[in-house]
Write a protein that binds this ligand. Structure first.
Ligand code: CP
Length: 294
């Protein structure tokens, strides 16, 4: 695997090989000793940025977190010049987050043959390592991913997390993901999805519920004017969770807007695997980096 830009570029076999690698990692190790990894985050991040830094360091790499606000980007340097400047210094892998869809597809064209690229989230397009860590977490709780009911609820339209997770689950054989959202936040490409008419349809007998925040940075300011009303209709509350299977797990990629898409007692409750997702983020990103440099 040269780059990881879109989860759809991975085969079922590659995904399983990454998961196997994640489950057998020994830390610290030296797979990336002598390699340099640059994290270029043009959008904010806590989980993805820090877990990529930890993952690369656990593999023995030198890690540079480029401070975009203090970089020459602010003096007008183009993205191409920034990438090629860092590449000239000997960077072996770039991890890039950007607000524009397909940024990584463009960056790929500027790279030397040996330089690696990982998409850490581009616009509302893809977030492939999030899809891998989410799926890895589901598989730790559910034996068979193909025949379980997975419901994704919230702002699906603007969510690269939802796009990538749906693609990943499709690759692994689950082609009947349930989704529920306000009309204006439903996905624009509803292929292989079951669009639910109400919360009850989405939550009833669910094995996995994935809650998503409203991507305020990608939608018009007043698209969802009343957050209390949103919580009432689209937020996960204790009463609604009772509709799901007793062993249903509740997921959220974070950051969580408590009291909007999910009530605090569920986010912190015993069905929540939110912090397991975070923990698995380090492991899976470590596995992706190790797999790339094999
Ligand atoms: N899930 C996720 O991408 O979180 P961050 O924005 O904190 O990286």
């Amino acid at each position: 695997m040269k780059h990881l830009i879109d989860i759809k570029d991975l085969s079922q076999e590659t995904i399983k090989a990454i998961f196997l690698q994640a489950s057998t990692l020994i830390s610290p190790s030296k797979e990336l000793a002598g390699k340099s990894v640059a994290n270029l985050f043009f959008e904010n991040s806590t989980r993805t940025l820090i877990s990529f830094e930890l993952a690369a360091k656990k593999l023995g790499a030198d890690v540079i977190n480029v401070n975009i606000d203090k970089s020459s980007t602010k003096k007008g340097e183009t993205l191409r010049d920034t990438i090629q400047t860092l590449q000239a210094m000997g960077i072996d892998a770039f991890v890039v987050r950007h607000s524009d869809n397909k940024t990584c597809q463009t960056i790929k064209k500027w790279l030397n043959p040996k330089t690696k690229l990982i998409n850490a989230g581009d616009g509302n397009n893809q977030h492939p390592t999030q899809a891998l860590l989410d799926t890895y977490t589901i598989l730790q709780h559910k034996q068979d991913i193909t025949n379980i009911k997975i419901s994704i609820i919230g702002d699906i339209k603007h969510s690269r997390v939802a796009n990538s997770l749906i693609d990943c689950l499709n690759i692994l054989g689950n082609n009947s993901i349930h989704v529920y959202a306000p009309e204006q936040l439903l996905p624009t490409r509803p292929n292989k999805l079951i669009i639910c008419k109400d919360f009850q349809q989405a939550a009833s007998d669910a094995d996995v519920i994935v809650m998503l925040r409203i991507q305020k940075e990608r939608i018009a300011k007043h698209a969802i004017p009343d957050l209390d009303n949103y919580h009432h209709n689209f937020g996960l509350t204790n009463d609604k969770l009772k509709l799901a299977k007793i062993d249903c797990i509740v997921m959220h990629p974070g950051p969580v807007n408590r009291g909007v898409e999910i009530t605090s007692s569920i986010a912190d409750g015993n069905q929540s695997v939110i912090l397991e997702q975070v923990k698995n983020g380090v492991l899976v990103r470590q596995a992706v980096l190790a797999y790339m440099f094999k």
